[in-house]
Design a protein around this ligand. Structure first.
Ligand code: OSB
Ligand code: MG
Length: 370
């Protein structure tokens, strides 16, 4: 396929509830959708970065500039045999993988649509017809509010509950959650909020039978996680610090964690995500699919990714309605009472876009033609 046009759509959508992590609170999402087209067929991707450079170095405004000045010019007018080659065009740019990955993912969707097959099939997925789902619950204003939210999600059927933690909202809060829910699959995500000087404190988490603790230490730290993992019974799951397949290889060699969360954007798109998946599989390390409060497009890409065989743990891919009053796809992503998402056979990412709604929430627009 040839990349004849690239259209960038900046959309703004308020979240149903604020979402708070150790690095801050989000009320409304600013997202960039990337549309690549060839012969009148469009493929869509989503840049999954946050509004501010607090999860990693990327942020929406920066992504917009980078796309227009560097990423789109690097691919416009070029022809590819396969979307797996697209990443090479931007490989000279350092970091900014969510931004580069938004375009890369759009090309995979385009290739799947041109071939008339579902995206999950194109990437070699389809290991399971239903993917197991968990939810990520942010830091709340009170423990009572958190317990209420967990009740709602457990009742909806979600298979695993992840709660965000930070210093001051950790051991005692988890104790309350465990008292109320002694047997649910429970895990905690710290988003890099601790350091090795907190080892004794983090060891207290071992009494709660957590499935894992996600990214307790710095966003770019592998070696310290190895030291922490050696001191903890609770498995460590790495998120932020795994940005390439090479990082995954290093982390597993050093025993820096026992589980890896794969985020499509964080590693720069499908080609690298598949490599991370394969390395973990070879090492016998289970993976699950992380989320970044995506719109329907990013959500649908995550669902395709999660059909690869080693995505054996429930991921952070959940129903559209948990985040949006209305999504840009129609029908939405829905979750069964069993806490699963059922994949379909429609070409590409598999959910029809609601273009009228998309346009109504679009605040910026840029078109590039070869
Ligand atoms: O660390 O997994 C994370 C949201 C924003 C930034 C980082 C993370 C998250 C989540 C939400 O946990 C996952 C979701 O999209 O449901
Ligand atoms: Mg995380």
């Amino acid at each position: 396929f040839k990349i004849e046009h690239v259209r960038l759509h900046w959309i703004e959508m308020p979240l149903v509830h604020f979402f708070e992590t150790s690095f801050g609170r989000t009320y409304s999402r600013q997202m960039i959708l990337v549309e690549v087209s060839c012969g009148g067929v469009s493929g869509w991707g989503e840049v999954t970065c946050g509004e501010h450079p607090y999860y990693n170095e990327e942020w929406t405004e920066g992504a917009w500039e980078l796309l227009n000045a560097y990423i789109v010019p690097a691919v416009l007018g070029k022809s590819f045999n396969s979307a797996s080659e697209v990443g090479q065009c931007t490989a000279g740019m350092k970091g900014h993988r969510m931004t580069r990955g938004g375009l890369e993912a759009a090309c995979w969707d385009l290739e799947a649509r041109l071939a008339g097959i579902p995206l999950w099939k194109l990437i070699g997925g389809g290991a399971r017809p239903e993917i197991p789902c968990g939810v990520s619950i942010g830091i709340q204003d009170s423990v009572a509010q958190l317990l209420g939210k967990i009740h709602t999600e457990v009742d909806a059927g979600y298979q695993r509950i992840k709660m965000k933690i930070k210093p001051g909202w950790d051991v005692e809060v988890i104790r309350e959650v465990r008292r109320e829910f002694p047997s649910i699959l429970l895990m905690a995500d710290a988003n890099s909020a601790y350091t090795l000087s907190d080892i004794d404190h983090l060891k207290k988490l071992d009494e709660f039978n957590l499935m894992m603790i996600e990214q307790p230490l710095s966003h770019d730290e592998i070696i310290d996680h190895a030291q922490l993992q050696a001191a903890l019974d609770t498995p460590i799951c790495l998120d932020e610090c795994i940005r390439t397949a090479h990082h995954a290889e290093q982390a597993l060699r050093l025993k820096a964690g026992r589980i890896i969360n794969i985020k499509l954007g964080r590693v720069g798109g499908f080609a690298e995500a598949i490599k991370v998946h394969d390395i973990c599989q070879r090492h016998g390390i289970p993976v699950w699919c992380g989320g970044m409060l995506e719109s329907g497009i990013g959500r649908a890409h995550n669902i395709a990714l999660a059909t690869l065989p080693n995505f054996v743990l429930p991921g952070d891919v959940s129903a559209s309605r948990r985040y949006w009053k209305r999504d840009i796809i129609d029908p939405w992503v829905e979750v069964t009472p069993r806490g699963t998402i059922v994949t379909g056979d429609a070409p590409g990412f598999g959910y029809p876009l609601d273009l009228d709604f998309l346009e109504s929430v679009r605040t910026r627009h840029e078109s590039h033609s070869a």
